[in-house]
Design a protein around this ligand. Structure first.
Ligand SMILES: C[S@@+](CC[C@H](N)C(=O)[O-])C[C@H]1O[C@@H](n2cnc3c(N)ncnc32)[C@H](O)[C@@H]1O
Length: 283
């Protein structure tokens, strides 16, 4: 079949489920992934033939896209800060908002020095935060924890494939008992209330791990309360806590840090203009 015919089939089959531009983006990502072709191949070789064998993964992917499975889970990879991460159903797909949080840490550290820094990432999932920090701050000692053993397996593979050393810890932060001290603690913990499910896309609700996303409506700051308490004890004096937060709970999360006597509290918006991250120093 001609490649351009397959592109037409993608549009016919996915129309109404995704916008046109997204269907185009899927198609180009899929042909790059499976056939090693670049986007401009359609212009340079408008009549490129694809063999039966080559067609097969393109149509298998199409069937899964019709079920609204995220393309990252179908292809098994996601990109974060120009690095490649393996993902599967046990880990959250890394988000661009989280890149902004990581950039914040990196720019703060490059002003100082990363030598002898000890960093902890709480709820590491794919390992995207910890691994990117280890890459950009090569002199720092980076640790990362998660309650999910399956997620930690993925994170370990990602550390290897990205050539960094991260110490992974299997731990429930709500029950945990870590007694080490850190200079930086960073976390993107679960923060979506059940009541916010309505506004979430199907592909997130259906395919991403609920353990990574949801908190009870009556205790939405569950993880933040524990992490702030933990940071109060386990950050060195002057150490810094960085948090990704629920956009609707900026004020409340900030108040929690104030109540625990954190200093220099800074609330930032993400690229979509939503309250999304907090930074604070331990007294
Ligand atoms: C929102 S995801 C963040 C994943 C990754 N850090 C990122 O930014 O893409 C939250 C992570 O917290 C983990 N988690 C949930 N409950 C936990 C707990 N009680 N203790 C430790 N980790 C937990 C989940 O398994 C998940 O990987």
């Amino acid at each position: 079949m001609l490649l351009k015919e397959i592109k037409t089939i993608y549009h016919q089959e996915l129309e109404g489920i995704y916008p046109q531009e997204e269907i185009d983006a899927f198609f180009y990502e899929v042909i790059t992934h499976f056939l090693g072709l670049e986007k401009f191949v359609m212009v340079l070789q408008p009549n490129l033939m694809v063999s039966k064998e080559e067609e097969q993964p393109l149509f298998e992917t199409l069937a899964q896209l019709k079920l609204e499975k995220p393309i990252q889970y179908i292809l098994g990879v996601s990109h974060f800060m120009d690095m490649e991460f393996k993902v599967n159903e046990h880990v959250l797909i890394p988000r661009p908002e989280t890149e902004e949080l990581v950039r914040w840490v990196i720019s703060d550290c490059q002003v100082g020095s990363s030598q002898d820094l000890k960093v902890l990432d709480i709820g590491t999932g794919s390992g995207c935060i910890a691994i990117t920090l280890a890459k950009h701050l090569p002199e720092a000692a980076v640790c990362a924890l998660d309650i999910s053993e399956e997620a930690l397996k993925v994170a370990q593979e990602n550390a290897q494939s990205n050539n960094v050393e991260v110490r992974f810890i299997h731990e429930d932060i709500l029950e945990g008992d870590i007694k080490e001290e850190f200079d930086i603690i960073i976390s993107n913990p679960p923060y979506v209330r059940e009541l916010e499910k309505e506004e979430m896309k199907n592909n997130v609700k259906q395919f991403e791990p609920s353990q990574a996303l949801f908190v009870p409506d009556d205790n939405p700051l569950l993880f933040y309360k524990t992490i702030v308490e933990f940071a109060k004890n386990q950050l060195v004096a002057g150490g810094t806590l960085y948090l990704e937060i629920n956009q609707y709970l900026g004020k409340e999360t900030r108040a929690l840090l104030e109540a625990h006597n954190f200093l220099d509290i800074e609330l930032r918006k993400d690229l979509f203009g939503n309250d999304r991250m907090l930074k604070a120093n331990k007294r």
